[in-house]
Each structure stands twice: as C-alpha cells, then as structure tokens.
Design a protein around this ligand. Structure first.
Ligand code: AMP
Length: 398
C-alpha cells in the first residue's frame, strides 16, 4: 500500500483527503474527543506544505440522505480545524457534498486553501458505494488520499469506489491510516513476547473472530466485561442475570480448550461487582465469581480480578486491549476498566488500545499519552485483529 510520501509530484495539486471526522460530542454539541481530527493533521499539513489545494471529506453519524440537519453538519469540525491548523481564513465549509456550492468552491480554491465538504452521508450514494457519486467527488480533484482509518472497514463510495477511480500514482494512504495499519500488522505478525490480549466488552459474538485469531498468536488472554459471563457459565458457574449468550456456550468451551492445548494462559475474572438490577443507582457489592446470587448480575470486575490481571500483565512485552471490563459509562461500574487502563499504561510493554469504547476508557483514565498507540477506529481495529483485509485498504492496493 502506497502512502502519501510515495506519491511523486503532488506539489500544487488539488488533493482529496478522506478523513474520519466522526467525533463524539456531548449533549450541547461540543466535541468531547478530537483525536480523530488531530490524527488527520499530519496529512493535511503535508499537503499544505506542498502548495496543494485541499478538499477534506468525512461522514458524521447517520443522517437521513438528502435531509440537511444542523446536528449532522461538519460545521463544528471546521471550527476545530481552524483552531488546530491555525489558518482560519483559508478554511471553508461547502453547503453540500457534490452540489453547486461544493463544486464552485472547489473550482475557486487557491494554493493553501482547505475546503471541507458537508457530511458525505447527506448523499445516499455514499453508503451505497455508488460509482456515479464517486465520480462526482473525483471530478473535483487530481489526487485521492484515504486517511479515514475508522471508516476503512466499510465499502462506501468515498472509501472504495472513489479510490478505484485513481491510478497508483494518484492515490495513497495518509499518515494516520498507514500508522494504524502498520501498528496492528507488525504487532500481530511479530510481537515481542510475552504477548497478552485483554478482551472485554458486551458480547462474545462481537469478538469471537478476534479471539479465535488471537489465540493463535498470544501467550495470555485476559477476559473481562459482559462477555466473561458466557465463559464462566460454560465452566459451570452460576452467573445469575448477568449478560450471557447461551448459544455460544459450546463455542466458549472450544476457545478455552484450544487455549489450553496451545499453552495459552486464559484468565477470567475471579470476582465481580454485582447488583440486583441494570441501574446506575442500585445497591452493589463485590463477590467471588463462584458466588453470584441467582437474580443479581455482574457489571464490573472486582478488585481481586484487577490485582490478578495486573500480575498477569507484569512481564508482558506486548499488550493488545479491546473492550472495557465493565459498564464503564456508569461511575459505579467503571473502576475495573479504569484500573485496567492504568495497569496497562504502567507496564513497559508496547501497548495498543483499540478504538471506540476502549479508547474512551483510556481517555477517561487519563492514560492516552502513556499508551504506545491508541487507535482511532473501533470496528476497523477489531477487523484487523480478526485478520480481515479492510475494504478501504483493498481498494488502495487494487
Ligand atoms: P463492545 O461494544 O462489545 O466493546 O461493548 C462495550 C459495552 O459493553 C460498553 O457499553 C459497556 O457498558 C458494556 N459492558 C461491559 N461490561 C458489561 C457487563 N458486565 N454487562 C453489561 N454490559 C457490559
């Protein structure tokens, strides 16, 4: 896969950069985590330093195609970009994606100008991977750059169809995308050992492929979060009303047997925080995993599990972490996840944190700067751990 540095002669060209500006916002519409915007800056600056005219495009959440609503606009992203790039006067937002306004503003771009197109998903063609829509986008530029790691697992028009319209000398990955892919690929192919995978989150089903792939590569697996209960039940424990996928009990047993056969150490929580109802405000207590009452549920790992897991991580040289240890969104059940983040950050290992919820935990814990790499893509990073080729990367290589 070529990166932008491999492209000769982009000086002065009009460059399209597909970014992932799908950033989280609070209820007042303020951006709460701008890592994805900051992550795109090296590629944008690289182009500006080469006198390019830059067109940025991204989706933001899931608007109804054709319905322009303020809450889905990229206006707040443009404001943040102005602050981060410190070139406020040269950045503008098009009122549409491939309409009259976008096209006229694109045609009027001068050296060093940045134009942000409106939310790509205002156009139905984006999620349909529509070639005609891709051609409209491509007609505005000379060079195509994909720097939207977080969107690369989706074969959408700006990710897939559009990339295929450019030849190998006029399309490449941006710095963020190539960094993400390199980190995951290198780590999974050639990790320093011991290599530990920490897997959490709600369901086994969402992470089963990743687990299967990781068992082949790691030395130890730590399981936490809601998915731990399917494994505990598969071992015969009473798990009360905790999250469980009964249809995956056999699969969970198979994974544990495979781990044992391969000599991979497999760790489950030894204690949990239990509560009688799925609520932030009910009573709760710590109990050993063997003692979960019939009508209670586990919503976090307990302190003994945290101590055990810290011990397991102690000699790690590489750690991949994907998924929180509990319902971290509620303070009461966030300790296990925050502690896990601190413990991973405290090691001397190469630490790779999956995007989405896991990155959110690391951010809440204040550990982002201590990690070797925090991914900007939840689904995309999980797909890489599963060993899949992302559609966005395939298109760049095609
Ligand atoms: P995932 O998207 O699969 O990584 O799952 C993340 C979600 O799992 C978060 O929203 C957590 O609140 C949730 N979660 C973690 N542990 C539990 C648990 N013990 N019971 C229910 N949900 C959980």
């Amino acid at each position: 896969m070529k990166t932008i540095k491999d492209l000769k002669n982009i000086d002065g060209k009009t460059v399209f950069i597909r970014c992932d500006f799908n950033v989280p916002k609070d209820e007042d519409g303020n951006i709460t985590d701008d890592r994805r915007i900051r992550g795109a800056l090296p590629t944008i600056r690289y182009c500006l330093d080469r006198d390019c005219k830059v067109i940025l495009a991204s989706h933001y959440e899931r608007p109804e195609p054709g319905v322009y609503e303020e809450k889905y606009s990229l206006a707040t992203v443009v404001t943040r970009l102005k602050t981060l790039l410190k070139i406020a006067s040269n950045i503008s937002l098009a009122e549409d994606v491939v309409g009259v306004d976008a096209k006229s503003k694109a045609a009027a771009l001068e050296t060093g100008d940045v134009l942000v197109l409106e939310n790509l998903r205002y156009e139905a063609g984006e999620t349909q991977n529509d070639i005609e829509f891709a051609k409209e986008l491509a007609s505005m530029v000379d060079v195509y750059i994909n720097d939207a790691f977080g969107a690369c697992h989706r074969a959408h028009a700006s990710i897939d169809a559009m990339a295929r319209l450019f030849d190998g000398d006029h399309r490449a990955a941006g710095f963020l995308l190539s960094k993400e892919v390199n980190f995951f690929e290198k780590t999974l192919e050639n990790p320093m050992r011991p290599f530990v995978a920490v897997i959490g989150g709600s369901k086994v089903s969402g992470k089963l492929e990743a687990l299967r792939n990781l068992i082949e590569k790691v030395d130890k697996v730590i399981i936490g979060g809601g998915m731990a209960f399917t494994f505990l039940k598969a071992q015969g424990y009473e798990i009360g009303n905790s999250l469980v996928e009964n249809d995956l009990l056999d699969e969970a047993r198979t994974v544990m047997i495979k781990a044992r056969k391969k000599g991979v150490k497999f760790y489950l929580p030894v204690d949990v925080v239990v509560t009688p109802e799925f609520s932030e405000h009910g009573i709760s207590k710590y109990l050993p995993s063997q003692e979960i009452p019939k009508d209670w549920m586990g919503l976090d790992i307990g302190p003994a599990s945290s101590r055990l897991f810290r011990q397991v991580l102690n000699d790690a040289q590489t750690i991949i972490w994907n998924g929180p240890m509990g319902v971290y969104e509620w303070d009461k059940f966030s300790k296990g996840s925050l502690k896990m983040s601190h413990d991973i950050a405290d090691t001397h290992a190469t630490t790779i944190v999956g995007g989405g919820d896991t990155a959110d935990v690391a951010q809440k814990a204040g550990d982002v700067d201590e990690m070797t790499f925090v991914s900007t893509g939840g689904g995309a990073s999980l797909n890489l751990i599963e060993g899949k080729v992302l559609p966005g990367i395939e298109a760049l290589k095609s």
